[in-house]
Design a protein around this ligand. Structure first.
Ligand SMILES: Cc1ncc(COP(=O)(O)O)c(C=O)c1O
Length: 403
């Protein structure tokens, strides 16, 4: 293939440096290297192997057949916002108001909306890492500086140092972005952690961006409420906390691209404006299916969480047999983030694992400070396939050295 001609280099040079220079996420580098290879076992992205349940798809099809093909409410259809309020009442105890919910075209777009709302050129947002690369990437593309605070892996446990986090706040800081349960490390914030962050944010007038998209994927030692501790347990709905969420994970709807923002009522018009000028609303037929997911999808969610927990145990039990591997048993989400002794370059190792072991993982280095030296495996997959992937990894570790 011919390289870009000098003219196209000129074109590229003339766009904004912040857009041109942002590196691809390492997850995408892995996917681009191995996507579509017939014998690869892909565990690189955050999704399960099951398609969206048929009863959810049917609701979208019905809506299309009923002619819901027009522009719709910028904030989302009232019926879905009502259904979200009811879902939250069931999860957290009531009352919740539909006025706090805004439908977006994915959880990713919920994040974008929140960043656009709170910060701009020269502002800072605190991001504990290792973290999902889709926080710092879009922040930098908006001129916002992500300030990393490493969650440290010591004695096979992840430790967040809240004093270090609070010390990282400057007069440019607009928000603290906390993801619990965490992608990629599976760490779950305790109510005490959340309360300390809330108290600090209140005292300093900072916003909290709460990404709790994996809250249903929570594996407490015994029993538990069926969801992880949340800022919703300890915060007022009308204070400086904004939540990003998505239909992608709980209901196996990653390809649908529907999410939501939960925010104080006072921000309603501002959020609606951002939605209007970005997408002008999420398709109504998709939203109808989301109502069905919320109202009739509990058994499916419970089943996904049970399978995720049992896969987590299988992955941990297998990885324990490899002396060169270290990890903490994840308390939530559906990723295993493990350190590989002697690995200096997780991206290059991931590319070799695709070529040599036919398994697709994500490189730890892409998750920011503290992530290099680790690999991420999504384990929300068919257990037989997962077990083959672990066997391939074991064979590779037995015969090769990581880069
Ligand atoms: C931590 C976290 N937040 C938000 C999302 C958003 O998901 P989506 O854009 O599929 O709705 C993801 C997806 O991987 C995620 O891992």
């Amino acid at each position: 293939m011919m390289g870009p001609d000098p003219g196209s280099q000129d074109l590229l040079k003339s766009i904004k440096a912040s857009q041109r220079n942002e590196p691809d996420s390492g997850i995408l580098v892995a996917v681009n290297h191995g996507f579509g290879r017939p014998d690869i076992i892909p565990l690189w992205t955050g999704e399960g192997h099951l398609p969206t349940p048929k009863f959810i798809c049917d609701a979208a099809a019905r809506s299309l057949q009923d002619g819901e093909t027009f522009y719709t409410w910028q904030r989302g259809i009232p019926e879905l916002r009502d259904a979200l309020a009811r879902y939250h009442e069931r999860q957290f105890g009531g009352p919740f108001s539909a006025e706090n919910f805004f439908i977006t075209s994915s959880g990713m777009q919920a994040m974008q909306t929140i960043f656009q709302l709170l910060a701009g050129e020269g502002d800072e947002i605190i991001v504990p890492t290792p973290a999902w690369p889709n926080y710092p990437g879009p922040m930098r593309m908006m001129g916002i500086l992500p300030v990393y605070v490493p969650i440290r892996f010591e004695n096979r446990k992840w430790h967040i140092d809240l004093d270090q986090l609070f010390d990282s706040v400057t007069d440019k800081t607009k928000a603290i972005c906390l993801n619990s349960p965490s992608n990629p490390i599976g760490w779950v914030a305790s109510v005490e952690d959340l309360t300390a962050v809330r108290d600090f944010a209140r005292q300093r007038g900072l916003w909290i961006i709460a990404d709790e998209v994996y809250s249903r994927f929570y594996y407490p030692e015994s029993g538990g409420p069926g969801r992880s501790p949340s800022f919703l347990d300890i915060c007022d709905h009308e204070e400086r906390v904004i939540y990003a969420n998505t239909f992608s994970k709980n209901w196996a709807m990653t390809g649908w691209r529907v999410g939501w923002v939960q925010a104080p009522v006072a921000l309603g018009a501002a959020i609606e404006r951002i939605i209007q000028y970005n997408t002008s609303g999420t398709p109504a037929f998709l939203q109808r299916a989301c109502i069905t997911a919320l109202e009739d999808g509990e058994d499916f969610v419970a089943d996904q969480v049970t399978r995720a927990r049992s896969n987590r145990d299988m992955v941990c039990n297998t990885l324990r047999q490899f002396p060169e591997v270290q990890f903490e048993v994840p308390g939530g989400a559906f990723y295993q983030f493990f350190a590989l002794e002697g690995m200096q370059d997780s991206t290059s190792t991931v590319l070799r694992l695709i070529d040599e072991a036919r398994i697709g993982l994500a490189p730890g280095g892409t998750f920011g400070e503290g992530g290099e030296g680790f690999l991420r495996m999504c384990y929300l997959r068919d257990p037989d396939i997962l077990s083959t992937a672990l066997e391939r990894l074991g064979n590779w570790l037995g015969s090769a050295k990581p880069d």
